[in-house]
Design a protein around this ligand. Structure first.
Ligand SMILES: Nc1ncnc2c1ncn2[C@@H]1O[C@H](COP(=O)(O)OP(=O)(O)OP(=O)(O)O)[C@@H](O)[C@H]1O
Ligand SMILES: [Mg+2]
Length: 269
């Protein structure tokens, strides 16, 4: 199978855990893997250390995102493509996985349209239009490059940064990046690893949910997870058969989710 796996920054704080690495090692022997990673919290931490306080904005749909100005995209690129990506790549090599780190800038792997304007809701609940900054929506994945690497036995590790039409780096959401890549590659499974057991509704783990049910539940799903559910819906709509949302902190985190022994299974019907 071809698996696209997004590793949430939430589980990478102390590096890639040995349990997760062991699972990836076993899976890499049988399957083709494309990894995507997050790391927002670490970007915020580094930015703060550099004296660049991060600002977060909320869309009318309730999405919370980093306001990415020029300095922020530089710090974002530094931490995500520089530090986190390389740490993961090195950790994978220790398991005999020949990982290759790529941002969306490399070989123009991910192209995106820069958001010209953003509509935000301020603290008082009023809508405002602001400049889009360096954020974008992916509109092209160079699948040819990923297929080529996979065919030769390399495991791509992708940082969610895309190339704009003006050849600038854009901050793109990690969950959505994974979903777009999974759809473009016609992956068999999309796995979203995070720091909770899976999708929780009324405090309880949902072990199975259809796209229609998930769409209905969206308004009661909080930030962080709602981005994943949106990403999962997108992937399902575009032909990915199953999306698994599960904890990256357990033993055999991915394998157990693939067997439906842990996490949330999302399917189109
Ligand atoms: N209904 C819900 N079920 C499960 N988690 C939820 C729900 N609503 C909100 N959350 C939050 O979503 C969080 C996971 O998303 P978050 O963006 O924090 O992590 P991540 O995506 O794994 O990491 P990163 O964004 O750095 O890649 C959980 O820790 C939880 O607090
Ligand atoms: Mg997240």
């Amino acid at each position: 199978m071809l698996l696209v796996i997004k590793m949430g920054g939430s589980i990478l704080k102390e590096g890639t855990s040995s349990e997760l690495l062991a699972d990836l090692k076993a899976l890499a022997q049988e399957h083709k893997l494309v990894l995507v990673h997050g790391g927002g919290a670490e970007v915020t931490e580094t930015a703060t250390k550099l004296g660049k306080e991060q600002r977060f904005i909320v869309s009318p749909e309730g999405f919370r995102s980093r306001y990415t100005d020029k300095e922020t995209i530089e710090i974002y690129t530094m931490v995500m493509a520089g530090k986190i990506n390389k740490q993961i790549v090195a950790a994978l090599q220790s398991q005999g996985i020949v990982a290759i780190g790529l941002s969306g800038l490399d070989a123009a792997l991910l192209k995106a349209e820069r958001k010209k304007r953003l509509i935000i809701v301020d603290e008082r609940g009023r809508k405002k239009v602001i400049d889009g900054g360096y954020t974008g929506k992916i509109n092209e994945v160079k699948t040819e490059l990923l297929s080529l690497l996979l065919e030769k036995g390399y495991t791509p590790v992708v940082t969610p940064i895309a190339l704009s039409e003006e050849f600038e780096p854009l901050n793109v959401d990690g969950d959505r990046t994974a979903a777009v890549i999974a759809a473009a590659l016609k992956a068999d499974r999309l796995v979203l690893l995070t720091d909770v057991e899976g999708l929780l509704l009324k405090g309880k783990l949902v072990s199975k949910i259809t796209a229609a049910e998930a769409e209905e539940a969206l308004s009661s799903i909080g930030k962080g997870m709602s981005t994943k559910v949106h990403a999962a819906l997108e992937a399902l709509k575009q032909g990915v058969k199953e999306v698994l949302i599960t904890s990256g902190a357990k033993s055999q985190p991915i394998s157990s989710a693939l067997k439906h022994e842990a996490g949330t299974v999302m399917t189109s019907e």
